[in-house]
Design a protein around this ligand. Structure first.
Ligand code: AMP
Ligand code: MG
Length: 322
């Protein structure tokens, strides 16, 4: 098994060469680290599914270096997508469009739509510009683990299967992209992420609905339990009451902000001392990883205020709840 120090690189040329040989490279983005492969190579795509133990039914997001590349992977580009791209790209907004013939159904899990975005990370944009193909890049962790927000998280999750990791520091946003589709021209959010519903509505000048994954399978992979730590994890609205249920247990608490209860706790993290949802989002997975490593009996978490990206934080906390 290769050591961490042997896998972490900063050399873009080495990363490009590896990808051109149909091998995988973990890449930094502003959301989380991605496990990247040549989007035009079925052989390389197979390696992503094997490495992650990802179900074949869960499609991949295609990463481009700019909007002008979009016609290579998508057949038609609605006006609303032009508007959103002009405002949010490069950035953490993924759009679902009718796929072009160049995109294999291996990318899309058999669907005729493709999910696409332009990530906002200088290193990865430079890498994409140097390649003759786009990249597919799901999060660089084993399926159902917490997503990685730094190179060490990638290595800890993938272990002996870890590919080269392009070191781009800590992910600034810290949770996955927001995914939007256009069912019958009606903008629909398939996954809440690091861009809020409100921000998208402000740009489109119209209300946007949230997909109901209980009744629809438009965005596979959005099953309830996901993003979960190994330690039993419970998100709650009344922390004080919940704490009483675990006498004599090794408890960890993930507070949204400063809380007098923290004084009683041995193991805790505070997502944002000032109560800023953006800061809380950037700290979320990092602190979930940290608490998960403490071999606790249970982790309790407080929900964020349900506005802006607070709703996205709560989506992840609820999914992590067992
Ligand atoms: P990630 O695991 O963060 O890379 O995100 C992948 C998710 O994007 C999948 O689990 C789906 O929910 C969504 N997705 C990817 N491709 C499509 C598609 N063609 N149609 C709908 N949703 C998609
Ligand atoms: Mg993932």
């Amino acid at each position: 098994m290769k050591k961490y120090s042997e896998l972490v690189i900063t050399d873009l040329k080495a990363a490009a060469k590896t990808l051109s040989n149909d091998d995988l490279v973990a890449i930094p983005t502003e959301t989380v680290y991605g496990l990247a492969a040549n989007a035009f190579s079925e052989n390389a795509i197979d390696k992503i599914y094997q490495t992650k133990n990802r179900p074949q039914t869960n499609p991949l997001i295609v990463h481009l270096h700019n909007f002008e590349q979009l016609p290579k992977v998508a057949k038609t580009i609605p006006k609303q997508v032009e508007l959103l791209a002009a405002h949010f790209w490069p950035g953490p907004l993924t759009v679902v469009l009718e796929k072009s013939d160049a995109i294999s159904t291996k990318v899309t899990a058999g669907k005729n739509t493709v999910a696409v975005r332009v990530p906002n990370h200088e290193l990865t944009l430079a890498l994409l510009r140097s390649l003759a193909f786009p990249l597919v890049a799901p999060s660089a962790n084993k399926s159902n683990h917490i997503s990685p927000t730094c190179p060490q998280h990638v290595f800890n999750s993938l272990k002996e299967d870890s590919p080269l990791i392009l070191d781009g520091g800590i992910c600034s946003k810290g949770i996955e992209s927001t995914i939007i589709g256009f069912e019958n021209h009606k903008p629909t959010i398939y996954r809440l992420g690091s861009i809020s519903k409100e921000a998208i509505e402000a740009v489109l000048g119209t209300s946007v609905q949230l997909a109901n994954h209980e009744v629809s399978s438009i965005a596979p992979g959005m099953q309830k339990k996901h993003y979960a730590p190994r330690t039993p994890f419970i998100s709650c609205t009344n922390l004080q009451e919940e704490l009483k249920k675990y006498p004599n247990k090794k408890i960890g608490v993930l507070f949204f902000t400063e809380n007098p209860l923290a004084k009683q706790m041995l193991h805790y993290r505070i997502l944002s001392s000032s109560g800023c949802v953006e800061e809380a989002m950037a700290n979320l997975y990092k602190m979930m990883h940290e608490l998960d490593e403490l071999e606790l009996d249970v982790i309790l978490s407080e929900l964020a205020p349900e506005k802006g990206v607070g709703a996205s934080i709560n989506d992840r906390l609820t999914r992590a709840s067992s």
